[in-house]
Design a binder for this molecule. Structure first.
Ligand SMILES: Cc1cc2nc3c(=O)[nH]c(=O)nc-3n(C[C@H](O)[C@H](O)[C@H](O)COP(=O)(O)OP(=O)(O)OC[C@H]3O[C@@H](n4cnc5c(N)ncnc54)[C@H](O)[C@@H]3O)c2cc1C
Length: 438
């Protein structure tokens, strides 16, 4: 296993449970020995696909202890007005988890198995794919070493060295694109008594059209905020170069949040302007020797909160394939066949969700449409699962969810053009209209 991030550590648990001898390499030192201050690190939204990946590896309960439920989005308008939109049914939520704590917990679970062997500070430099040989640099000693293994899993993230080596194979497809927008982490600290300054059961969004800010709760009462904004242009990082510019911009655009951000300028200039990359590649394997999963196979933009969830789903599905047949010369091609369309679809969905989050969540027509969908879905749950729920609260393959969502949007375009749709939406004629179109 090359990479002990979120996906590599979970896959190590799956493979260890099957009795394989697993050697796990990472270029970083062991993050279990690093101090992750509870709640202060970057947090991620964990939803049903991720939970299932953890559950089937037998480690759901450990993660539940450090996860905070978020039942809906809270939109903050420029004038401070709040609008709440539930993500799903009353019993559904996505969960805020600290990336650092989750990774530590997953490594801890993997280390319980005697057949998992960790090699930290080993940077993968190259692979001889046919021979199953990997060349590493020991980051402590500076020495290069090589190791031969029966199968190699590349879980080394968006800039994967394993994928880079695969891309040298004849007719290997690979593409990479950066978004014109980047992101910056900021913080809303806790109240003096340790409480949260905003509702901790929501994901908070400040949608502003061309840019947006979001905030996810932490167990210590703080919120991790992320500003997504263009690198260049009128509202962009290039025009936020001085503390005065930053303060004025936040005063104008995020006036309710800024009062809770005492270290705004300090955080803004201490934290990097980070870029967002998307990659596509094909195939995700080489014979029975190499297989890539997680961001190494499908780096996506973070706007559906699905990158890690998709990676955990990769692990679960690979495990199911091995369960059926442990001949890796069949498992790896089947894995590519099943997962490549899903990877492409979640990339597309995540890109669309950026527009939805930064722009449409402030649009009354969009919010009304969502209300109608939720109402219809509560009456006919077997006929209509809203797209967000298909992605976040179901295990429908992402590419099927995308196709269903396109079909539903066509129907909703017709529904929204009906006369009196704002006043008379909860009546039988609307219900029958939708039923006829389904
Ligand atoms: C701002 C932001 C917000 C996000 N929010 C969410 C969210 O809410 N929900 C969600 O599901 N996803 C989210 N994601 C996506 C999520 O972070 C990734 O999908 C997830 O981390 C992928 O896990 P991974 O294990 O594949 O890669 P990584 O977590 O990147 O781990 C890769 C590992 O490989 C190691 N490595 C890299 N190169 C080498 C090498 N040459 N040799 C040895 N080791 C190497 C690294 O040190 C690292 O440990 C977000 C991403 C971003 C950027």
């Amino acid at each position: 296993m090359i990479g002990t991030g979120l996906v590599g550590s979970l896959l190590s648990v799956y493979l260890a449970r099957r009795g394989y001898n697993v050697n796990v390499y990472d270029r970083r030192p062991d993050i279990r020995k690093m101090k992750v201050v509870q709640g202060k690190s970057i947090n991620l939204a964990l939803s049903d696909r991720g939970w299932r990946g953890l559950r089937e590896a037998g480690i759901e309960d450990e993660v539940r202890k450090v996860a905070l439920p978020m039942k809906g989005r809270m939109m903050h308008a420029v004038n401070g007005e709040l609008t709440y939109q539930p993500y799903g049914r009353d019993d559904q939520a996505i969960y805020s988890v600290s990336r650092g704590l989750l990774n530590q917990e997953l490594l801890h679970c993997a280390s319980k198995y005697d057949n998992v062997h960790f090699h930290f500070q080993h940077r993968c430099l190259d692979l001889k794919v046919e021979e199953g040989e990997v060349i590493f640099r020991n980051e402590e000693s500076g020495e290069n070493i090589s190791a031969k293994h029966d199968h190699i899993f590349g879980t080394d993230g968006a800039f994967s060295a394993v994928r880079a080596r695969l891309s040298k194979i004849d007719r290997y497809n690979f593409s990479q694109e950066y978004l014109s927008h980047g992101y910056k982490e900021l913080e809303i600290p806790p109240l003096p008594d340790g409480g949260h300054r905003l509702d901790p059961n929501c994901l908070h969004i400040w949608p502003r059209g061309e840019f947006m800010m979001i905030a996810l709760p932490n167990p210590d009462g703080s919120f991790t905020c992320t500003l997504f904004i263009a690198f260049e242009g009128k509202h962009s990082f290039e025009n936020l170069k001085t503390p005065e510019q930053v303060r004025q911009f936040f005063d104008e655009k995020f006036s309710d949040a800024v009062q809770w951000m005492p270290d705004l300028e300090k955080d803004f200039f201490a934290n990097p302007n980070a870029s967002l990359v998307m990659t596509k590649c094909y195939p995700w394997h080489f014979e029975d020797k190499v297989c890539i999963l997680g961001d190494a196979a499908h780096a996506i933009v973070p706007f559906y909160g699905q990158g890690m969830n998709a990676g955990f789903e990769d692990c679960r599905i690979l495990n199911e394939l091995i369960e059926k047949n442990d001949d890796f010369s069949q498992v790896f091609p089947e894995f590519t066949r099943l997962r490549k369309p899903a990877g492409d679809a979640i990339l597309e969905l995540a890109l669309r969700n950026y527009i939805e989050m930064r722009d449409k969540t402030a649009d009354p027509q969009f919010l009304h449409q969502k209300k109608i969908e939720a109402w219809f879905s509560s009456k006919y749950p077997e006929k209509w699962i809203p797209l967000y729920s298909q992605v976040s609260f179901s295990h429908i393959p992402y590419h099927e969810a995308l196709a269903n969502g396109n079909r539903q949007q066509e129907i909703m375009n017709q529904v929204m053009s009906l006369p009196n749709i704002y006043s008379d939406w909860q009546n039988e004629s609307i219900e029958h209209f939708i039923l006829k179109l389904l």
